[in-house]
Design a protein around this ligand. Structure first.
Ligand code: ADP
Ligand code: ZN
Length: 292
């Protein structure tokens, strides 16, 4: 029987469960709403039980913050999330109770970053940074196949940005107000303009402001990591014109101080689209198998 890998992309809105083969081809995928741990995890466990005979490992990319330290008492937990029902939830422990398998455990954005690294924009390069610009903003960075981390995983979506001169919005981040997420994630657009990003026309002048914030993020990322590629995914980046505006503003900000790769190759949207997270989780499961 063919060996299969499992993936769980655990997001604040939905959990996407998948099984895939050694070539990371998705064999089945199902999506469940994020409600309470009891309800959502029962569906997740039910999904994988069907494949119990064939499953060899599971890769989990979760919303956070999460505990990633293997020697910590709360390794595998979702920790101080604003989603109260999931605070201090033992995610990996719950999965291990039902499946005695190696499990990879990282953030949702790290998983998407890994997906792009193995099969998307980062294929063939060493250093990849991935951001999602959706309901929140999160980022993950990979160096030679390893996630950048220290006392915890990065929280790159909450870096500070300089206010655009034509923007008087106070920001919506409950912790920092006008951080990148507070100024540029989907809910910030909606609160500022009274309309969702998907309902704004392509030539709305707001997109220059949005592009400025994302370009500041790309600028800081470039100076801190000098990565091979910076990928911007998530709902807001479905505005196809936006990445071009980001490149143009980034060029102005960098002002020739560093010579980056050609911008069309350097500041990009995900090659895997919405599949980056799923493929990343499956790839992490494949790795977890290798290392166990
Ligand atoms: P999530 O972050 O919940 O996983 P998404 O990445 O789809 O999901 O992000 C949802 C956010 O992106 C919402 O705030 C929504 O208004 C915004 N969004 C979705 N599609 C578009 C679009 N085409 N243009 C601009 N904003 C969008
Ligand atoms: Zn913040």
């Amino acid at each position: 029987m063919e060996k299969l890998f499992g993936g769980i992309e655990a997001g604040g809105t939905k959990f996407v469960c998948s099984v895939g083969n050694n070539d990371l081809e998705i064999i089945e995928r199902a999506s469940y709403p994020t409600t309470t741990p009891e309800e959502t995890m029962a569906l997740v466990i039910g999904f994988f039980k069907k494949y119990e005979e064939q499953l060899v490992s599971i890769g989990i990319g979760s919303f956070g913050p999460i505990d990633i330290h293997r020697d910590s008492r709360t390794y595998g937990y979702i920790t101080s999330t604003p989603k109260l029902a999931w605070q201090n939830y033992d995610f990996v422990g719950t999965m291990k109770q039902h499946f005695d398998l190696p499990m990879a455990w990282t953030t949702d954005v790290n998983a998407a970053c890994y997906g792009e690294y193995v099969k998307g924009r980062g294929d063939g390069v060493n250093s990849v940074v991935y951001y999602t610009i959706g309901t929140g903003i999160g980022g993950g960075a990979l160096q030679k196949g390893n996630f950048v981390e220290g006392f915890s995983h990065p929280e790159m979506g909450h870096v500070l940005v300089s206010r655009h001169p034509e923007d008087d919005f106070e920001g919506v981040c409950p912790f920092h107000g006008h951080c990148l997420e507070g100024m540029a994630a989907g809910p910030a657009i909606e609160k500022r303009l009274g309309r969702k990003g998907q309902d704004l026309s392509e030539d709305d002048p707001f997109w220059e402001i949005e592009a400025d914030y994302i370009a500041q993020c790309a600028y800081n990322t470039t100076l801190m990591f000098s990565p091979d590629v910076i990928i911007f995914g998530g709902g807001v980046m479905q505005q196809e014109h936006l990445v071009k505006k980001v490149r143009a503003r980034f060029k102005e900000l960098v002002n020739d101080y560093v010579k980056t790769p050609a911008l069309e190759e350097y500041i990009v949207t995900p090659a895997l689209g919405n599949n980056a997270g799923t493929i990343g989780c499956l790839a992490l499961a494949r790795e977890a198998k290798l290392h166990s």
